[in-house]
Ligand binder design. Structure first.
Ligand code: GLA
Length: 412
């Protein structure tokens, strides 16, 4: 073994032994990068879910990757105490045909139950996207005499929310924590109702084959948001689950003030509403699909504004993109941007802890485990164009992992 390698190992072991005396790194330290080889796998005591007892750390998982034993499941089990379903709980998956619900996939619940009773965060009940075809058809189908389209969509919404909440939340569920409460602790009840200019998605707006408008808005109007929260609260309460946390989830808080303000106004209004005597909204999800060069001051402003609502704050889909284009970056670009990415991951964790008091923290969820399975990973020709995650293509911790870890743990 080369001398430098042995020295690196000795230093890493020493650093591990001294971890109680960790000195916070400065941003200058962080952006200078560090020795990636030295960082990888040499500090096994650094486990994300243990970094800070006041910050839950979640990951969005794909049940297809989680089902087989292997590195993916091992890292999910080891590092995270909260699981979000990246796609497995969207409407298109759970209700592929009208009235036909598919709850046969127990992978996420089983892993949550078998590996330390992890919290499950449901994603998502009502969204303009990922709809089954039959819901899209319902917008134009012929209605039976005497029915209105609004009544039709109201009943579609109500049934979907009721059946999904019941499935995960039912008193008879076997997926329970040590107190006998369901492991499903929260739901993104409504996802992404606003455009970046702060107006509601509405009229049909096809982009790359996807309608970025919202059928829910077109048929039920702005009121559909409150309606969805009311149904979610009502059906949770019907199951005697008074602890289920209900979230509004969106992106762009950090780059659009108009959208930030629109979200603020909407949730402040929802906060005044109750169902069965209980508040209908508990929290806000800030997705934070950010870039290596996203302005840190804007991230801070977004967190502060949302925290000022008094609601729970979940950084719900964190990833840090290196590439804004569609072709692979050069090695020099990758190196420079990776250094900035490290600082960004750390800053997000530090700012979250700085501006969100522990009682308001729902935690930080990263969106995908490894660079290979991120929604940002590949271009349409299948080339790997981005590396936005904490783990590499083989689910080995990257250097950026340790920067995020430090952000969760270092004094602020
Ligand atoms: C949004 C949604 C997620 C997911 C990502 C892309 O953020 O909330 O469910 O689809 O886009 O993966």
């Amino acid at each position: 073994m080369k001398k430098t390698v042995m020295l690196a190992i000795a230093l890493a072991v020493f650093a591990g032994a001294c971890k109680k005396a960790d000195v916070p790194g400065t941003e200058e330290d962080l952006s200078s990068g560090g020795n990636d080889w030295e960082m990888q796998g040499t500090e096994p005591e650094k486990i994300l879910q243990d970094a800070n007892p006041n910050v839950k750390v979640g990951v969005a998982v794909k049940s297809s990757l989680l089902a087989p034993a292997g590195a993916y499941r091992d890292q999910v089990a080891l590092h995270f105490n909260s699981l979000s379903a990246e796609n497995d709980m969207k409407m298109r998956v759970l209700q592929p045909q009208e009235g036909v619900f598919d709850f046969s996939n127990y992978t996420i619940q089983n892993v949550a139950k078998d590996y330390g009773l992890k919290r499950i965060h449901g994603h998502t009940l009502i969204w303009y996207n990922s709809l089954p075809q039959w819901v899209k058809n319902a917008e134009t189908e012929t209605l039976p005499a005497g029915t209105t389209r609004a009544a039709r969509f109201d009943s579609i919404m109500s049934r979907h929310i009721r059946r999904v909440i019941n499935n995960y939340d039912h008193p008879a569920t076997q997926f329970k924590d040590a107190d006998g409460n369901p492991l499903m602790k929260s739901w993104d009840v409504v996802n992404e109702v606003f455009y970046d200019d702060g107006t509601y998605r509405g009229a049909v707006n096809i982009q790359n084959g996807v309608d970025r408008g919202s059928v829910w808005y077109r048929i039920l109007g702005q009121a559909h948001v409150e309606k969805a929260f009311r149904y979610a609260r009502r059906y949770a309460r019907a199951n005697a689950d008074y602890g289920l946390k209900l979230f509004y989830n969106d992106y762009g808080h950090e780059y659009s003030t108009a959208k930030l303000n629109a979200i603020y106004d909407m949730v402040m209004n929802l906060k005044t509403k109750t169902e069965g005597g209980q508040k209908i909204i508990d929290g806000i999800g800030l997705q934070f699909h950010i870039n290596y060069d996203t302005d840190t001051a804007k991230i801070a402003a977004a967190i502060r504004k949302m925290a000022s609502t008094g609601l729970l704050i979940h950084i719900s889909e964190l990833d840090v993109r290196l590439n804004k284009g569609t072709t692979p970056l050069s090695q020099a670009e990758l190196d420079a941007r990776t250094a900035m990415q490290k600082a960004k991951y750390k800053q997000v964790a530090l700012l979250y802890r700085k501006y969100v008091v522990p009682a308001q923290r729902w935690g930080i969820t990263v969106w995908s485990l490894g660079d290979g399975d991120s929604w940002l990973a590949k271009n349409s020709s299948g080339q790997q164009i981005d590396y936005p995650c904490l783990f590499d293509l083989d689910y080995v911790r990257k250097a950026v992992f340790y920067h995020f870890y430090d952000g969760l743990k270092d004094p602020i």
